[in-house]
Design a protein around this ligand. Structure first.
Ligand code: GTP
Ligand code: MG
Length: 238
């Protein structure tokens, strides 16, 4: 893969763990329990993407597929101020589509990749990748259908990443279903399908005093390791 670019996370620690930031043409999955900071990181990535290249951004627009109605413009404004960016300009460059169910989410993903060339968006966020799928496809009977749809959806996202040379960032909650993912309490939703399609997987857990520990899992070439980040008023920092 040529021309791979890297987007800063806002934290030098986390950027180093990732070899310089989130890669384009790949899917990076952040997974962890509620409140672990996944949505905060997505907001920070959106802000960072609008920043100039010399600051670790792509100077480009951002597409967000929001499935849980957790996008907050106020947070974008706070994070923009800390980075001395014009918050109105940043907000104008972030395009949020609310996905009302898994079917709608899939359509938005297809639409994004069909229209990739018409956007100057080098970041596509899906927060959360799995929440609709989890609530709509309960139980073992529908598991294979769910996995098949998720798989197709992720390949649509990846196509956007390839066509646009864009970063794809998705979030995933840790399963609260030990009956499905028996023996591994940290197993993310979507199991093998999401795990195999996401190139980079980062497990987030809460530390002390607003700190979060990010662990890189199963990376194709980066060493496994951990980085400590902070989720603060100003956004994601060291
Ligand atoms: P789920 O979507 O429920 O799975 O959680 P999540 O991983 O997306 O968590 P989220 O990113 O929403 O993190 C919420 C946490 O971020 C809060 O509990 C706070 O600790 C922190 N947070 C959010 N906003 C602020 C803020 O304005 N200031 C500070 N200091 N912390 C914040
Ligand atoms: Mg969230």
């Amino acid at each position: 893969r040529k021309d791979v670019l890297r987007l800063t996370t806002g934290s030098n620690n986390l950027d180093s763990l990732l070899g310089g930031g989130l890669e384009t043409q790949s899917i990076t999955e952040f997974f962890g329990e509620f409140g672990s900071g996944k949505t905060q990181i997505m907001h920070q990535l959106a802000v960072n993407c609008t920043m100039p290249e010399e600051k670790g951004g792509f100077n480009s627009d951002v597409l967000i597929i929001d499935t849980e109605n957790t996008f907050r413009p106020e947070r974008i404004i706070q994070m923009s101020k800390y980075r001395e960016l014009d918050s109105d300009e940043v907000l104008r460059r972030i395009h949020v589509a609310r996905a009302y169910n898994s079917h709608h989410q899939i359509l938005l993903g297809e639409k994004a990749s069909e229209m990739a060339k018409e956007y100057n968006a080098k970041l596509l966020i899906v927060d959360s990748l799995t929440s609709h799928f989890r609530s709509e496809y309960m139980g073992r009977g529908s598991l294979s259908e769910r996995q098949q749809l998720l798989n197709r959806h992720m390949h649509d996202l990846l196509r956007f990443g390839t066509l646009q040379n864009a970063v794809i960032a998705v979030t995933n909650q840790v399963a609260a279903r030990p009956d499905v993912f028996f023996g591994d309490p940290t197993a993310p939703i979507g199991g093998n399908i999401v795990g195999h399609t996401a190139t980079f997987r980062i497990y987030l857990r809460k530390g002390k005093a607003g700190k979060r520990i990010a662990r890189l899992i199963d990376s194709p070439y980066l060493p496994e390791g951990e980085a400590v980040i902070q989720v603060s008023e100003d956004g994601i920092i060291d």
